[in-house]
Design a protein around this ligand. Sequence first.
Ligand code: G3P
Length: 217
Amino acid sequence: MKLFVDTGSVRDVEALAAIGILDGVTTNPSLLAKESGDYRQILKQICQIVKGPVSGEVVATDTAGMVREGRDLAGIDPYIVVKVPFTKDGVKACKTLSSEGTRVNVTLIFSATQAWLAAKAGASYVSPFVGRLDDIGATGMTVVREIVDIFDNSEYTTEVLVASVRSPIHVIEAARMGADVVTVPPAVIEQCFKHPLTDIGLERFLKDWEKAQGAKV
Ligand code: G3P
């Protein structure tokens, strides 16, 4: 399963890319709104760092506007994937952009039928929002399982990109279900690294080593 980071922060992307575990980046208007500077410059910088798929989202809501913005975003860098919302206009824009060879990530997916329709329109990625489904008392990962099953039984090459991730448990479940990609906020990636027993274990190894060195002199 590929790991993308869900952020608009160049600094976060740099830090994770330096570890060598990052396959791509997803941004959205809310994430980029938190950053200072021109969003096109930010996306360009991110593409240069990660050298993998970087999703930039349109803000138009009509097909013509989405296609216009999508073409503009795609012109920033070859690594850009154009993110469009799952609406009828968005699906139509996905069809146009993907027919032109632009990779499209259809976002705000909350059901398996939405994912299937986006795949039919040539989406390269569909982004089911698991955390937001959990927030309303549904089970986000159930939708992911349905989408993975549907795509496994079909000819679509669309990748399942699990989004709106809130915890390492979402990451584990996504991997076990066979999702292609998980996009994870930096704070949750940090949680994936952490285990108190690792810290305690390392501290004990180093103390024992130090003690033994002292005993030898
Ligand atoms: O980038 C889209 C998605 O990951 C948003 O997550 O936490 O705002 O529901 P969240």
